[in-house]
Design a protein around this ligand. Sequence first.
Ligand code: AMP
Length: 364
Amino acid sequence: MSPDPLKPGAIIGILGGGQLGRMIALAAARLGLRSHIYCPDAQSPAFDVAYAHTIAAYDDEAALAAFAEAVDVVTYEFENVPARTAEIIAARAPLFPDARALATSQDRIVEKSFLRDAGVAVAPFAAVDIPDDLAAAMAITGLPAILKTRRFGYDGKGQRKVDTPSELAAALAELGGRDCILEGLVPFVMEVSAIVVRAQSGDCHVYDIGENVHVHHILKETRVPAAISEATNAAAKVLARRIADELGYVGVLGVEMFVVRDATGERLLVNELAPRVHNSGHWTEDGAVTSQFENHARAIAGWPIGSVRTIAPTRMDNLIGFEADAWEKILSDPTARLHLYGKSEARAGRKMGHVNYVSLPDHK
Ligand code: AMP
């Protein structure tokens, strides 16, 4: 049963103090909702914009319990929230998205099996729990393939592309020799994502599909609309909605997909679920009627979802590492909508901010 809708002034608890938590807190504040951030890192970017914060470890049961008692609802900004942490919270406060969404997205085998059972196309895959599983897995996926750790992979970490059986054996050893998934290599022409938001009432909306460009496995750019057919755009939205409905999901969910083109046209394969606001949805802050952050806050508060309509074609550029040092140059373009995360120190590969360009003439 859904809790009663929160009232303005209520407190949203957010596990994780990075930029995603910061942007949820900013959007929530505009709605008169206060945020309490829980993060072990004393330098968390979200602390700057929050009503309250707790600095404690994710396995500090007393601190978690006190945090959950102090807030009206809890959400999170990263999918690797430990199961025990979620359990402690959920015993004391509503947790959205719920433990099932976390469990489904934390383990690539559980995730891919869930998708397949929901009738969603995925790459051929097989579990590799021990080295003896390799031959059978290869028979399912063929080569080339990608070997990934089942858990805790992100931004291309914990995965290896392999072309031969001996490379596969070596890759498994490098990844710890166990608990992996082997996936057939998808010959995609484009990576896209659907950002879907589902309310406690079950009302569900999907933003226009974004086209994503990665550099060194890190998202560099999202363009909306994606350069895909109308039919594929619509099909991606149907898939995203089906996944959110199947999970009984509440909040914003990112669905990463591959677009494959062949003689028969375009096909979609789902790669990964992110049970949280997603980097490829940052364009919605300026390019959509209601941002993903506001809609996430609305959904977990038990409020109605705001329109997900695109205002105009938008491009989001991530500012990675030292790129954010060019903030003055970026601002010299008056159409640039700059978002900086307030991180004290730039490091290679670290996401420092992003810029949205709405309806620029050079947008393709
Ligand atoms: P992931 O950690 O699953 O999001 O994968 C990171 C990136 O690796 C994706 O964005 C793709 O560019 C690439 N990738 C992952 N899985 C596959 C696959 N089965 N076939 C082709 N490329 C993949």
